[in-house]
Write a protein that binds this ligand. Structure first.
Ligand SMILES: *Cc1c(COP(=O)(O)O)cnc(C)c1O
Length: 375
């Protein structure tokens, strides 16, 4: 029998989250952002759940080819554009839309031979200071692109640094709106946090929203708002089983470094999941975990293949606990109880994004189907 660890991708949850963001985004079209192999979920595995999106946005040309292989004929956007001139051949061949964030990308496009003019998204650095043209250089970049026969349509893009926090997006929207004034074209500004927190702002909404983390069932502004506050559902469950149990007495310690000491008699369970499965090694004692759908806590240090959990609340609930009992590291237990990935991430000092992206290749993943074909 293989190790009992497994991940499950919930197609219905992806569909639900997409519908939820569609409502929040009003009349804007939605990119489903599937970079980093769909935030660790697997592009092929999320496709059914996200195919009601208006397009797929990603970074990697191989990933774009995989989306086309799935039969997707709609828009695909390369969020960072091309990395070298020959990438443009694939853009022409697969009909990829691409971001233009620097002069070199315009040079490459000007030298590219194609029968099929491209749709490009000209990116402004409106304050994030990562990719994009400054507002001062934006218009001249637009004029250069607009003069190229290789360009069919120019849209505008920027990215918010603080859509999830107190600084907000007003300053970047003002910069973007001023610099794009009277330029014709569609706009894309917001990510998940902007959609959920700021989409009543028509300028923030733009024509296209770029949805990542919320699609996968993580709250973009946790802990200010949790998953349930935004009516989102976990798209991934990481589950395993108990493969051992120990009865401790006061003073007994658990695991490497003896990080946890029992202060009285207690039972612990040993679950088949460790940092080599992608569970964060830095998750401390107290990190939430579900056993038979009952909330308890991790105790002691996470090791490569195992972690240990306090069985006290599970025994107190009267349920039988045994070898083989269900352990849910994040996601949804069989009894329907949800443990948001955000709570585990917070305990480990990180964010849901990092945990989902870090799911290890050795973990087998199954897709739980949705309710039939969607159009
Ligand atoms: C990753 C990414 C997004 C999606 O952000 P989320 O916070 O996951 O919704 C949007 N836009 C760009 C440019 C990105 O790189």
């Amino acid at each position: 029998m293989p190790r009992p660890i497994h991940a499950t991708i919930h197609t219905l949850s992806l569909q639900h989250n997409l519908a939820r963001l569609r409502t929040a985004g009003a009349d804007a079209r939605l990119w489903a952002v599937v970079k980093a192999n769909a935030y660790g979920h697997g592009i092929e595995r999320v496709f059914e759940g996200l195919r009601a999106a208006d397009g797929f946005a990603l970074l990697d040309l191989d990933e774009a080819a995989r989306v086309r292989q799935l039969g997707w004929r709609g828009p695909i956007l390369l969020l960072e554009g091309v990395f070298e001139p020959r990438d443009l051949e694939l853009c022409s061949r697969l009909g990829l839309w691409h971001t233009i964030h620097c002069e070199a990308q315009i040079d490459w496009l000007a030298a590219h031979k194609t029968q099929m003019p491209h749709r490009v998204f000209l990116k402004m650095n409106s304050g994030m200071n990562r990719l994009g043209f400054t507002p001062q250089r934006f218009r001249s970049a637009w004029a250069r692109l607009n003069a190229l026969p290789q360009v069919e349509e120019i849209s505008f893009m920027t990215h918010f640094s603080d859509a999830d926090g107190p600084r907000g997006i007003a300053h970047q929207i003002a910069t973007f709106a001023t610099a794009t004034q009277d330029l014709p074209g569609e706009c894309t500004l917001g990510n998940s946090a902007a959609t959920l927190r700021h989409s009543q702002n028509v300028l923030a909404r733009g024509d296209w929203l770029r949805e990542g983390i919320a699609l996968y069932g993580s709250s973009p502004d946790h802990p200010e708002h949790c998953l349930q506050d935004w009516d989102l559902r976990p798209a991934m469950t990481l589950g395993t089983r108990l493969i051992g149990m120990q009865q401790l007495q006061a003073g007994d310690t658990v695991g490497y470094g003896s990080c946890f000491t029992a202060n009285g008699p207690m039972q612990i369970g040993v679950a088949a999941c460790g940092y080599a499965d992608g569970y964060p090694r830095h998750a401390p004692t107290g990190t939430p975990v579900l056993v038979n759908g009952i909330r308890t806590r991790l105790v002691g240090r996470v090791s490569m293949d195992m972690l240990t959990v306090d069985l006290t609340p599970v025994l107190a609930a009267g349920g039988p606990v045994d070898l083989g009992s269900e352990v849910t590291l994040w996601g949804r237990a069989t009894n329907g109880t949800v443990l948001p990935i955000d709570e585990v991430a917070q305990a480990a000092g990180t964010v849901g994004y990092e945990l989902m992206c870090a799911l290890a290749p050795r973990v087998p993943v199954a897709v739980e189907p949705g309710d039939g074909p969607l159009c």
